[in-house]
Ligand binder design. Structure first.
Ligand SMILES: Nc1nc2c(ncn2[C@@H]2O[C@H](COP(=O)(O)OP(=O)(O)OP(=O)(O)O)[C@@H](O)[C@H]2O)c(=O)[nH]1
Ligand SMILES: [Mg+2]
Length: 504
């Protein structure tokens, strides 16, 4: 009957069929194609596939087309069948394609043997159940914790390859630091970045396939996305989409311990959200699911601009209060007139570890980016009996979100009181030169150019060719390992005499 009607109308007709057998939609197309309407509301089975299969007619004896396959892919249809109609309006042959849990020869779909509908003996329902099971098995092995976000990281870059790769590697670390399971990374280098989708539709389709095969629920982009980009990519892929800034903000939201830190992070999150509120729609509500939703997230849907602005004003006042308190504490410390030595450096360079080793302390130091958010101070006694205050600070990172720079300005301002800055560098990181540049730039921006800086090249125990590194560094700084106290002697001597000089 489908074929007959289709033939009489001279238009393709399609049926979207639920697994229960119920026909969900009848779609009437043109002679050459049908357009499937938005399926948002129909999703019901909760599996990896959509729970709908499409059976539609082809009038010109054409095979399943690329457009058909795109529908199969993007709508995650259970099956897609094309029913060829002959000149008399009778069914002629049926072609069927379905998605694969694992790509074969670069293809993520496969065709079944074409059959005449009258000879169709295989059960579509059974095939779909088997497919679902395979998808589930394929992704089960890598599921660590069902509550964990499972992400594919995407970087579209105009930078040279090496730099783009390093930057993506850093995104992987950021994600891991936020307890996100990284399933796959995609790096694309382009001359120009697509303003709507960031990357080409073909590549986006590729990402879709991988997301489906890995059972990912999140896409993390290495560049900042504007609200409409988030929306178009979300609509296109049906995945939650966030950018690097949101990821960093989320890490900060997790880590902030002190009242001041918490206030600062909330402020940064709200500031980031504010311009993105203009398109009050799905794009935002999707953000409430996980990353990007912590901190001020829960009531996001009802919050309007004014309430955010009110909240920001209040946070500003509270922060001012907290900084006054901190200032008083600092003044007290100053009275004792102990010299201050501040550790600065790229995140994960080993600042906290060094402070621990030097002062026999036990502050948090771990292999995560932004382990330290709240500044910590300790007393340190030099072999010469001189006593100083040593402070640990939040680590720096390239493209530090502007909102965060502002938020942490107050904490970083304290660096202005340091008598000596210790720039800790992770020399075992291939990107250490670039990381140093980032730190230098931020120090300049903070107007700390006048304070003497001493460079410590840390983690030398991880370096394979020590001689080479020694040559590379020359007298730029000292090679140390924060884990090996015996390597710190030279540092203590130099720092001691530098401070004594500066005190005279
Ligand atoms: N092998 C080795 N590992 C080190 C050394 N110094 C630090 N680490 C490790 O590097 C990781 C990061 O150290 P942290 O002290 O937390 O680094 P940080 O600079 O305070 O980092 P943030 O607070 O995130 O900015 C930890 O896992 C440390 O154990 C070192 O000299 N050698
Ligand atoms: Mg630290």
């Amino acid at each position: 009957m489908l074929c007959q009607l289709s033939s009489e109308l001279n238009r393709q007709i399609g049926l979207l069929i639920h697994r229960s057998g119920k026909v969900e939609q009848v779609i009437v197309g043109s002679y050459g194609q049908i357009v499937i309407p938005q399926l948002g509301q129909i999703r019901s089975t909760g599996g990896r596939l959509r729970g709908l299969r499409l059976v539609h007619t082809h009038l010109a004896n054409e095979d399943i087309s690329d457009e058909d396959l795109m529908d199969l892919l993007f709508l995650r249809l259970d099956l897609l069948s094309a029913l060829k109609v002959d000149k008399n309006g009778l069914p002629h042959v049926m072609q069927t394609a379905h998605l694969l849990p694992e790509s074969r020869e670069g293809k993520s779909w496969v065709f079944l043997e074409p059959v005449h509908p009258a000879n169709q003996v295989d059960s579509a329902e059974e095939l779909i159940v088997a497919l679902e099971r395979e998808f589930a098995q394929k992704s089960k092995s890598s599921v660590v914790d069902s509550g964990q976000d499972r992400a594919i990281l995407v970087s579209v870059s105009t930078e040279p390859r090496l730099q783009a790769e390093e930057s993506l590697a850093e995104l992987v670390e950021l994600a891991a630091s936020d307890d996100v399971a990284v399933l796959d990374t995609i790096l694309q280098r382009r001359q120009k970045i697509d303003p709507r989708f960031i990357l080409g539709k073909g590549k986006l389709a590729d990402i879709m396939i991988r997301a489906l095969q890995h059972d990912a629920n999140l896409l993390i982009f290495n560049q900042e996305l504007n609200p409409s980009q988030i929306r178009s990519i979300t609509d296109f892929t049906d995945l939650r989409v966030i950018d690097r800034t949101q990821l960093i903000l989320d890490i900060f939201a997790h880590r902030a311990m002190s009242r001041e830190g918490k206030l600062q992070v909330e402020m940064a999150q709200l500031k980031y959200m504010l311009p993105r509120l203009s398109s009050r729609d799905d794009a935002l509500s999707r953000l409430t699911g996980g990353i990007g939703a912590r901190g001020p997230g829960e009531t996001k849907l009802e919050i309007d601009r004014r309430r955010i602005n009110d909240r920001l004003a209040r946070l500003g006042r509270e922060l001012a209060q907290v900084s006054r308190e901190r200032y008083r504490r600092r003044a007290k410390r100053r009275k004792k007139d102990l010299p201050v030595l501040s550790l600065v450096g790229y995140t994960n360079a080993g600042k906290s570890t060094l402070l621990n080793t030097l002062t026999n302390s036990d502050i948090v130091a771990e292999d995560k980016l932004f382990a330290t958010l709240d500044p910590t101070s300790r007393r340190l006694r030099f072999p010469t009996e001189m006593e100083v205050i040593i402070t640990d600070t939040v680590g720096f990172i390239r493209h530090l979100p502007a909102e965060l720079v502002q938020a942490f300005m107050a904490t970083l301002e304290e660096l202005g009181e340091a008598d000596l800055l210790i720039h800790v560098v992770d020399v075992s990181n291939p990107a250490f030169r670039q990381q140093m540049k980032v730190v230098d730039t931020i120090l300049r921006e903070l107007d700390l150019g006048d304070i003497p800086v001493m460079k410590l090249f840390n983690k030398v125990d991880l370096v394979e060719n020590r001689g080479e590194v020694e040559q590379l560094i020359g007298d730029e700084g000292l090679l140390i390992s924060a884990l090996q106290p015996e390597t710190l002697k030279g540092f203590l001597e130099q720092a001691g005499s530098l401070i004594e000089k500066s005190m005279q």
